[in-house]
Design a protein around this ligand. Structure first.
Ligand code: FES
Ligand SMILES: [Fe+2]
Length: 327
């Protein structure tokens, strides 16, 4: 985990004011240094533990709201207002920070590689950002994003048609170190409002989980990928999962922009439908008796996601699986 990048905020959400985020079990203050580069420190002033994020940014440093101690991007205390004489050495913990594709990423370590952001990274595509906060667990939230069978119920009419008609679909589950994916082929063009508006013919859908908490969906037409969503998820406390998502589509002349306008609000509706189910499920799980959820015969990814989270290689890496289902 420590050598991974984790998306913690959208770049546009960090302006002149410092901002609090939760990362690695700690409150972290994000701010911009003199060059506009994002910096991240433990959001706890070493003096009396005030939250630095309640203070302000001054000349690229963050100023504590309590006694005004100031800290630079490297975590060093650079000023103690009122002090006459030399400054003692105090510091607060800093985190590695990088920005990519409109988001701020943090790491506890020092990753060598740039962060993986989304499946069409670096290409000329239309991107819309979304953020979410869900009362749930990371595995339940990731599974929910990748779960094809709930769409008939939770998103009836939106992602699926109103009829109960289903089609025979082939599912292939494959994986490797740090990832597992399910490929669905043979679907009819999906009949939900979103699909009608945004897609043409659908030849395959891919749902993929990647370490350390990335859930992505790809919709493929005969000429390539037509739509994709990549969600970076983080468990910020025992019952909250925060997500930063990229909604991505090709430009298709100007048409892509029109689609993108329609996409985000509808996506928000779907997100809200999922949040409701997930938060109720979390509350239910906390009532006695303590139990483990049942892994159903169509829950293709659950166990492998759990293995990846535990730092193990998913079963699908050695043994790809094939299924036929009605979707
Ligand atoms: S608590 Fe931060 S300066 Fe005193
Ligand atoms: Fe959903």
């Amino acid at each position: 985990m420590s050598d991974q990048w984790h998306a913690v905020a959208l770049s546009r959400a960090l302006g002149r004011k410092p901002k609090r985020a939760f990362f690695a079990g700690l409150p972290v203050v994000l701010f911009r240094d003199g060059q506009g580069k994002a910096a991240a420190l433990h959001d706890r002033c070493p003096h009396r533990f005030a939250a630095l994020s309640d203070g302000r940014t001054r000349n690229g440093e963050v100023e504590c709201p309590y006694h005004g101690w100031r800290f630079g991007a490297d975590g060093r205390c650079t000023a103690i207002p009122g002090l006459v004489g030399s400054l003692p050495h105090f510091r607060t913990r800093r985190f590695a920070v990088t920005e990519a594709e409109g988001a701020i990423f943090l790491s506890e370590g020092a990753p060598e590689k740039a962060p993986y952001v989304h499946c069409l990274q670096g290409q000329h595509v239309i991107v819309r950002h979304v953020t979410s906060s869900t009362r749930s667990t990371l595995i339940d939230t990731a599974e929910n994003i990748l779960d094809a069978t709930h769409t008939h119920f939770t998103h009836k009419g939106l992602l699926r048609g109103l009829s109960a008609k289903r089609y025979m679909v082939a599912v292939e589950v494959t994986g490797g170190p740090g990832w597992v994916e399910a490929r669905y082929t043979g679907e009819d063009r999906a009949q939900g409002v979103i699909s009608k508006l945004l897609e043409g013919e659908r030849v395959k859908t891919v749902g993929r989980y990647r370490h350390p908490g990335i859930a992505e969906l790809e919709y493929w037409g005969p000429k390539g990928m037509v739509l994709a969503t990549t969600f970076h998820l983080r468990q910020t406390d025992a019952h909250t999962v925060e997500g930063i998502g990229w909604l991505i589509g090709p430009k298709q002349g100007g048409l892509g922009y029109i689609k993108a306008l329609a996409f985000r609000p509808m996506f928000r509706i779907a997100l809200e439908q999922d949040r409701r189910v997930l938060s109720t499920a979390l509350e239910n799980a906390r009532h006695a008796p303590v139990a483990k959820p049942v892994i159903g015969p169509l829950d293709f990814l659950r166990e492998d996601i759990a293995r990846i989270q535990a730092g193990e290689v998913p079963l699908a890496a050695a043994t790809p699986r094939r299924f036929q289902i009605e979707l």
